[in-house]
Design a protein around this ligand. Sequence first.
Ligand code: ADP
Ligand code: MG
Length: 138
Amino acid sequence: MTAQMEKTLSIIKPDACNRNLNGEIISRFEKAGLYIRTMRMEHLTKAQAEAFYAVHKERPFFDELVTYMSSAPVVIMTLEGPDAVRKNRELMGATNPADAACGTIRHDLALSIGENSVHGSDSLENAKIEIAFFFPES
Ligand code: ADP
Ligand code: MG
């Protein structure tokens, strides 16, 4: 069976933007067959970061996460391709770079469990919600 065409949301986080890794990360998506359909660089406000990560608001790291995500510009993209949600998560690697497989973005580039270079939607349902959050016109 051929894989389903999907869209997912990707964010290149401040640690990667600050280290000039946007091209490196985007190149990995493109080489894996994911197409950038929308893209914007933006310095998120604390309120935007809080709203985007609202599902994590009871977690102990919430304040740290929101402060970090609003500390510097990020690149927000929709990626499209066959099986895009799962493929993007595979390219990203595990949340903690120490646990991420060799060759993944987080293994190769991330600094820590917090400063882990990329966000990616974790399900097709959440991808739709997250894309609508940042690109309501789409
Ligand atoms: P993922 O980004 O892999 O989907 P989660 O949704 O669990 O991971 O967490 C969202 C983000 O919160 C992570 O990418 C990371 O930046 C941050 N985070 C998660 N766990 C921790 C932690 N224990 N300490 C600090 N930050 C964390
Ligand atoms: Mg997540």
